[in-house]
Design a protein around this ligand. Sequence first.
Ligand SMILES: Cc1cc2nc3c(=O)[nH]c(=O)nc-3n(C[C@H](O)[C@H](O)[C@H](O)COP(=O)(O)OP(=O)(O)OC[C@H]3O[C@@H](n4cnc5c(N)ncnc54)[C@H](O)[C@@H]3O)c2cc1C
Length: 472
Amino acid sequence: MTGARKACVVGSGPNGLAAAIVLAQAGLQVEVFEAEPSSGGAVRTMELTLPGFQHDFGSAVYPLGAGSPFFSSLPLREYGLEWIHSPAPLAHPLDDGTAVVLERGIDDAAKSLGPDGTVWRNLLQPFVDNWAKLAPEVLRPIPLVPKHPILMARFGKTALLSAKAIASRFRCRRTQALFAGLAAHSFLALDELLSGAFGLLMAISAHGIGWPIPRRGAQSITDALCSHLTKLGGTVRNSSRVDSVSALLEYELILCDVTPRQLLRIAAQRLSQGYIRKLQRYRYGPGVCKVDYALSAPIPWKASECLRSATVHLGGSFEEIAASEKAVRAGRHADSPFVLLAQPSLFDDSRAPAGKHTAWAYCHVPNGSQIDMLQRIETQIERFAPGFREIVLARRAFSPANLESMDANLVGGDIGGGAMDLRQFVFRPTRRHYATSAKDLFLCSSSTPPGGGVHGMCGYHAAQMAVRSVIR
Ligand SMILES: Cc1cc2nc3c(=O)[nH]c(=O)nc-3n(C[C@H](O)[C@H](O)[C@H](O)COP(=O)(O)OP(=O)(O)OC[C@H]3O[C@@H](n4cnc5c(N)ncnc54)[C@H](O)[C@@H]3O)c2cc1C
C-alpha cells in the first residue's frame, strides 16, 4: 500500500463499509472513521437488557442484505456470516385467533392464500423468477436506460401504485391485511403513490430470497464486512467522530456515510451555497419507538403458526394498519400502532441463555416524537399473545432521541435516512445523488439511492462514482 492513493469514509454503517470495500478493491488505501465505540451503525448486536441476552440495536431481518448484489459478491461466509431462514418469512395474526402466514415458496403461498392465490402469483412470479435481474436495477438510482426494459416497465407499472390500489385486487380481507403490513415498511400512507412498491418488494424478496436473520445477530454482518475490509488493507477506527472534514486533508477522496443534516454540520465550508440550500430542503421521515425484550419463554401467540416465523406484523386489518400509518404521516401518534416484531431466538440459540428468548419490536411515530409508546406497543402484542407481559424478564425502550444518541444518522428516529416519497425517491438527496458540490466529497448513506435497508448498495454506487472520479 506504500504510495497508494488515500481515501477515507466517515461512518461505518453497512453503506460506509460497502463504500470502503469498493475503494480498497480499487487499490486505494482506506480508513474508516466511526463515531461510536463499535462499528456497524444500525447493524450491531448488544446486551441491551440482561447478561446473556443479545439484541439487535437496529436492523434485525435481512431480505435485502441476503439479496444484495454487492454483498453477494463478497466472501462474507468465510468470515462467519450465516443466514438462518425461519420456516416462513412472515406471520400476520388476526383477531379471530388465526394468522395469515406468508410461505417462502410462491406455490405454497398461493395455495395458502386460497381465493387470492392466483392473483398473488400473477402479481409476483415474474419478479420472483427474475430477482437476479431486478435487484441491480431497483437497488440503484433510477436508470435512464434500464438493462431489462420489459421487466422494469412491468415492475414500474405496478410499483408506482398505492398499496391500497394493489390490495384492492385481493378478494380476502386476510390477504389485504398481509399486504398492508408489507407496504407499511414504506413509512408512507397506504393510499400514497409508491407505498405499493414497498409492499411488492417485500413480498418479492420473501419468495425470491427469504427474510433471513444472521446467526449471532446483526453484528455478524458488520464483523464480516470489517474483516473483509481488513483483508483488503483497510482500517476501521472506532470512537473517532469526525466533527469537520477539514481535519481530513490528507485524503484524496472523502465518502460520508451520514445524512444531509450531518453533512452540513461537518462540511458546510466545503460546499457551494446552492448545494447547501438543496440539502437544507431535504426532508426526514417519521421516526420509530423501539423496545427490546428479554423473555422467559417463547411469545404465547393465540395463533401458534406465528412461531414459524422470525418476523410478525401486528396491526390487524388493512384499514387499521392504513389508519395507523396515515396518523403518523400526518404527525400524530396512532392509538393502536402497527408493530413490527422479530423473535430471532426461536431460530438462533445464540441470542439468549438456554430456554430463554429475545424479542425486538418497533412502531412508527412522528419524527422526533417524545411520546412514550411502550404501553401501546405492548397492548398490541397482548392483543395477539395474551399473557405476553408475564414472560417479560426485562425490557429496554428506545425513543427516537435514544436511537439517535447511539447512531447520529437516525435523525429524529428516522431509520431510512430520509423520507422516501416520490420526490426523494428520484432526487435523493439531490439530483446529483452521491456527488456533492465538492469534487472530492461524496455522500454514501441511505440518504442516497436506493435508500434505507441493509444492502450496502448506496455505498457501492457512491464509491464506484468516487473511484471513477480519480482513476480514469
Ligand atoms: C430500529 C431499526 C430497525 C431496522 N430494521 C431493519 C431491518 O430489519 N432490515 C433492514 O434491512 N434494515 C433495517 N433498518 C434500516 C437499516 O439499519 C439502515 O437503513 C442501514 O443501517 C443504513 O445504513 P447506513 O450505512 O446508511 O447508516 P447507519 O447504519 O446508520 O450507519 C451510519 C454510521 O455513521 C456513523 N457516523 C455518523 N456521523 C458520524 C461522524 N460525524 N463521524 C464518524 N461516524 C459517524 C454512525 O455512528 C453510524 O455508525 C432498521 C434500522 C433501525 C434503526
